[in-house]
Structure formats: structure tokens, C-alpha cells
Design a protein around this ligand. Structure first.
Ligand SMILES: Cc1cc2nc3c(=O)[nH]c(=O)nc-3n(C[C@H](O)[C@H](O)[C@H](O)COP(=O)(O)O)c2cc1C
Length: 192
């Protein structure tokens, strides 16, 4: 049995990239507010490795505010074509400004301008407001590089538990739970 959950995740993600119709990096991100009330939404995984699983967003969004109040989260990948899911729980930290700048610079120009135009999770009076703000950003940065907005950055989840689930015949699904220890990971099998 594999004893390195990060390596196993790499293998499963590679298979998902080959099998899924779209967005194999899409994952549900669950957060909770300061009173423990949960909320969930999809985000895209933008990096992963031994040091964690990262995604990018607007810190003023609902998830950004919840992560500031309660810096723990749970991620869930569901690869339907492969009949697999991976669940990852852990604490959250912000990525460095340098890392956020580096990733922001790789985004398409419209996405960069969109980050300036969007006040994520704030109600818009009408869609035209977003388009006006987008046009203002386009004129403001006309011809030059678009810098990263100060409120747009990445978060990294430091995994404490990683559970791999895969479909098996007769509903005898296979579940492997990896729990972080000081010297590596402990591994257990769970009942389906
Ligand atoms: C497949 C998919 C991927 C998404 N990826 C991101 C993402 O990487 N970052 C992000 O801020 N929002 C992403 N969104 C939008 C979020 O699901 C959500 O609507 C938005 O971030 C506001 O969430 P909040 O109000 O809970 O903060 C994605 C949506 C979908 C359906």
C-alpha cells in the first residue's frame, strides 16, 4: 500500500487530468465562520506538494473573511469519471506576497483586470457596474503590466488528514486515511 499521500495524490491527479472532461483541479473548499457556521464553494487547486495545497482568491470575499476568523479548512476533490474522492483537512496560511505576485503574473490579462474589477461576494447593483469597473481598470493599466491587487492573494492548506476513497464492486469502497505525525504519516484503512 502506498505510504506517501502526496505521491498518491500526484498519481490520482495525473489520472484525473487524463480522464476528466474539464477542471480536474476543481475542489470544494469548506470554511466556517467564527461561530462555526460552515460554507462551501468550488475553487481551483493551483499548487500542491509536501508544504500544502494552494488556491487563490479575494481576501475580502466570504471565504477570505472566514479564513481570517477561523484559519482551518477542508478540501474535497471528486473525480466522477474515476469514481474517486480525496478529502484533505488542515490549517490555513497565506502564501507570501512574492508567491502571489508570481502566480498573478501568469494569469491572462482579462483575469488580471477582472481581479481589479471584482469585489467578490459583495452584491452588485447590476452587472453593468462590473463592466464599468473592468473598463476603468483596462484604461488605468493601458499598455502596462497589471499589478496584483492588494486584496487578491493565495492561501495554502497544510494537510493534517488526507483520505482517499475509491469505488469498488458491491459497495466495498476502499478508504485510506493518512494522518500527519511528527515523523511522517500514519496510515489506516476505514470501513466503506
Ligand atoms: C469550477 C470552479 C472553480 C472556481 N475557482 C475559483 C478560484 O480558484 N478562486 C475563487 O476565488 N473563486 C473560484 N470560483 C468561484 C467560487 O466558487 C465562488 O463563487 C467565489 O469565489 C465566491 O465565494 P465566497 O463568496 O464563498 O467567498 C470557482 C467556481 C467554480 C465553479
Amino acid at each position: 500500500m502506498a505510504d506517501d499521500p502526496i505521491k498518491l495524490f500526484d498519481d490520482w491527479l495525473a489520472e484525473a487530468r487524463a480522464a476528466e472532461l474539464n477542471d480536474p483541479e476543481a475542489m470544494a473548499l469548506a470554511t466556517a465562520d467564527g461561530e462555526g457556521r460552515p460554507s462551501v464553494r468550488m475553487v481551483l487547486l493551483k499548487g500542491h506538494g509536501v508544504d500544502g495545497f494552494s488556491f487563490f482568491t479575494n481576501v475580502g470575499s466570504r471565504k477570505g473573511e472566514e479564513l481570517a476568523a477561523n484559519p482551518v479548512a477542508s478540501l474535497l476533490f471528486h473525480w466522477k469519471s474515476l469514481r474517486r474522492q480525496v478529502r484533505i483537512d488542515g490549517s490555513i496560511e497565506r502564501v507570501s506576497d512574492a508567491e502571489a505576485d508570481e502566480y498573478f503574473a501568469t494569469r491572462g490579462r482579462d483575469s488580471q483586470l477582472g481581479a481589479w474589477a471584482s469585489e467578490q461576494s459583495r452584491p452588485l447593483d447590476h452587472r453593468g457596474t462590473f463592466e464599468t469597473r473592468f473598463e476603468e481598470a483596462r484604461m488605468r493599466f493601458d499598455g502596462g503590466d497589471v499589478p496584483r491587487p492588494p486584496y487578491w492573494t493565495g492561501f495554502r492548506l497544510l494537510p493534517e488528514r488526507i483520505e482517499f476513497w475509491e469505488d469498488r464492486p458491491h459497495r466495498l469502497h476502499h478508504r485510506r486515511l493518512f494522518t500527519r505525525r511528527d515523523d511522517g504519516w500514519s496510515i489506516g484503512l476505514l470501513y466503506p
